[in-house]
Design a binder for this molecule. Sequence first.
Ligand code: MSP
Length: 504
Amino acid sequence: MTYYVTTPIYYVNAEPHLGHAYSTIAADILARHMRQRGEDVFFQTGTDEHGEPTALAAEREGVSPKELADRNSARFRELMPKINVSNDFFIRTSDPEHIAKVQEVMQRVHDNGHVYEGVYEGWYCPRCADFKTESELGPGNTCPIHEIELERQREENWFFRLSSFQDDLERLYEERPGFVVPEFRRNEALAFIKGGLEDVSLSRPNLSWGVPLPWDPGQVMYVWFDALLNYYTSLSYAREGEDLTDRFWPCDLHVLAKDILKFHAVIWPALLMAAGIERPRRMVIHGFLLMGEKKMSKSLGNVLDPFEVIDRFGADPLRFYCFREVSFGQDGSIAPSGFETRYESELANDYGNLASRTLAMIERYRDGVVPDAAPDAALAGGEDGLEGISAQVQELLDRVELTQALDAIWRRVRRLNRYVEEARPWDLAKDEGEAERLDQVLYSLAEGLRVVTLLLLPYIPETAEKLLDALGEESRELAELGSRGGGARIERIAPLFPKIETDA
Ligand code: MSP
């Protein structure tokens, strides 16, 4: 089975911030998890380089759009390994292959009769690269996202007949109730469609930084058409000499935040219908990371630089924190002090201690070899028992419940710690007559730790890899409690989450 997952492609008008890292890590968690399940995964991220946001930012900095795009796209690309993201491809919409493919698809949309020439008059936000309806405007004709005053624009455009897809879109939503998750976002998109769709601008005159319309090269494509198509175009050139389109299209999952819901949940499926291309299977809409009360965003000047956070805490703690602290799908505030607390109490204390105690006791009491025994029923069953945990997490991740899945795993980490306290292996070790019982306890601990660590791998890949190696586990496939016998040789390792320097 194949699994194709994407992130939004990010604007290059500014450097990456933690909000961009967040969506990308979400997609990475799913990609890694699916690889563990043996799926043939393709995971893509990249940069959205055309259009006014980039052209304007370049002008402000006195460089060409391409120069700015090269510089900032490189920053996004560098971010990926820094946050332990395992993307299979990084698309740039300035790639010549992308541009050619976009033109090919849009020519089809044109030839199928879904475009016409007209005059656009209305409000336009150059930062969103989006036209705003009267009802979307903030006080004083401002952009509700960027809080800047908008100008009324009038221009000759080509239009895309979005309105003619109203019925088809309603049918799509009816036939596929899970097309957009979570459900409240699906309802929002459907309400927007049912409210009546207006045609949308497809091109802009007087802009040079973009993809020229093949049938009217004097106009460049409105950046969203060029951008949305990235999910499709890349498959034709991501692997040299190979076209991956048949293998991976339709895409299994688009990950994005609520700010770009309308483009993905309304315009994108309509555009694909117009071009005669299959629709993606599903999209998941998450909330915003907030700093205090406000969305973290470059234009509001309240961003956390992921590079700095990682230098202090490491990538895995950042990944863990984002999905533990903020319930995936909802908005949620984050703060450096919150990182510190979760790092100490959960990563270092709950998990790090469990790992070092388990490894140390196997070393001390069993010469570094995991004894052979059956899993302790006390650990397998009961509240937060480990039995069936992998199946449960798979089910949650199939529903893209990233925070709930992590919570299910974490409850087992805590259960394992309680198990150590209940079973008291240090007392058992003092009594020869308890040797078999000690075997069972140590086996159950090593086995439980192995199972939860395999499940944690998508969230904290670097740490999990280290610990699985130390547990003598070579496979990365998901496993249930008791599926590996004894006999593995373990290794002692340095603390997984050492004390960090704090500002205080
Ligand atoms: N280029 C368009 C997307 C085109 S996709 C075909 C764009 N770019 S963007 O740089 O503005 O990125 C927006 C996306 O970045 C959001 O949808 C979200 O995935 C992520 N985030 C940006 N700021 C964020 C937060 N503060 N919190 C969570 N995610 C955020 O829109």
